[in-house]
Design a protein around this ligand. Structure first.
Ligand code: SAM
Length: 347
């Protein structure tokens, strides 16, 4: 029992080091699965500190592996920690941590891409969207091939306020390849400004909190790693459906070195491209000669709002995909060539 007036704090008892756990359970990293482990507990503590105050929080850790970050989270006085790990080899090592922190750690052998965290924590943690963020945090160091699709999925969840954001504005602290971290946080006009910058920043406050040099991981990856903190915004900077924003942003950035009217033009079928692109840019009050990286979030807001109005006027417009048109025209050309061949044979 804690002394009166003092908060009780939890510390894990002495345990084998992560390096010893790796040896003990033969947890050699599988290169094909991009497994790179953090063994330095000062670094894992730093990641966890950057997540914010975790006292009595419910934390969801994705991809715990041998459990370095897991230990730091358990030492941060959390109420509960739920970890989801795909590779069964790590489960016994994690079980050892669970035994050392009775009642705190729940281990799920599963895939973060399909796991439903919205059902895993008590419903009374839910906060109205406009309130302060709930006592629910997501933390993880995942392979880069998983973290990028996962953040896109979670951004869509933020826009729909479902999945992990059923609880409210759940904060996330995640690692990415440094270049991706820079793209996520790039401001208007910067070299790294990209599709990811706009998609993340219209929905979240995004901070690249620090960089971990590749040499801190075992085995050492080819690149450095950026730790990024996300807090969903009370009010998104663009109030249109996620798929619509994604389409406008994706089209804009597909010719990233060209002026923005080129990419935006691809939102429209060829027959109406020049006229509709002109109208879109005029109504949105966007200078057609700007490059995609020079467009601010308020430019994107206007473009999405006007494109939405144009989609409401023409119900076929949203389904239009210039790549399909390209494929179609390529296969028509192929058919024409095949027909020519047949004609040649017939002659
Ligand atoms: N978090 C640990 C650390 O920092 O040392 C391990 C990092 S390692 C880069 C990524 C971990 O995520 C591995 O343990 C891997 O098995 C796990 N993982 C990869 N894909 C996953 C998925 N789809 N669902 C759950 N875990 C996954």
């Amino acid at each position: 029992m804690a002394a009166p007036g003092k908060l009780s704090t939890f510390r894990l008892p002495p345990l084998p080091t992560i390096r010893e756990i790796i040896k003990l359970f033969r947890l050699q990293a599988v290169k094909q699965l991009s497994q790179n482990f953090l063994l330095d507990l000062r670094l894992t503590d730093k990641i966890v500190r950057k997540a914010g105050d975790l006292t009595n929080a419910y934390v969801y850790e994705v991809g715990p592996g041998p459990g370095g970050i897991t230990r730091s989270i358990l030492n941060a006085n959390v109420a509960k920690l739920l970890v989801v790990e795909k590779d069964t080899r790590f489960i016994p090592g994690l079980q050892m941590l669970s035994d050392a922190a009775p009642g705190k750690l729940r281990i799920v052998h599963g895939d973060v891409l399909t796991f439903k965290i919205e059902k895993a924590f008590p419903a009374n943690l839910k906060r109205p969207w406009e309130d302060e963020p709930p006592s629910v945090h997501i933390i993880g160091n995942l392979p880069f091939s998983v973290s990028t699709p996962l953040i896109i999925k979670w951004l869509e969840n933020i826009s729909c306020r479902n999945g992990p954001f059923t609880y409210g504005r759940t904060q996330m602290t995640l690692t990415f390849q440094k270049e991706v971290a820079e793209r996520l946080t790039a401001s208007t006009g910067s070299k790294q400004r990209s599709r990811l910058s706009v998609m993340a920043q219209y929905l979240c406050g995004v901070q690249h909190v620090f960089t971990i040099p590749g040499r801190a991981f075992v085995p050492k990856p080819q690149v450095d790693v950026g730790v990024v903190h996300f807090t969903p915004l009370r009010q998104p900077k663009i109030e249109q459906p996620f798929k619509l924003v994604e389409k406008v942003v994706q089209n804009t950035f597909q010719f990233r070195r060209k002026r923005c009217y080129r990419g935006l033009g691809m939102l429209f079928p060829e027959a109406q491209r020049v006229e509709s692109t002109g109208r879109l840019l005029r109504l949105a009050d966007v200078d057609p000669t700007l490059r995609p990286s020079q467009l601010s979030l308020s430019h994107f807001k206007s473009l999405c709002d006007v494109y939405r109005m144009m989609c409401d006027e023409d119900p076929h417009l949203f389904a239009y995909n210039f790549r399909e048109e390209l494929k179609q025209s390529k296969s028509n050309t192929q058919e024409d060539e095949d027909e020519d061949d047949e004609e040649t044979h017939a002659l």
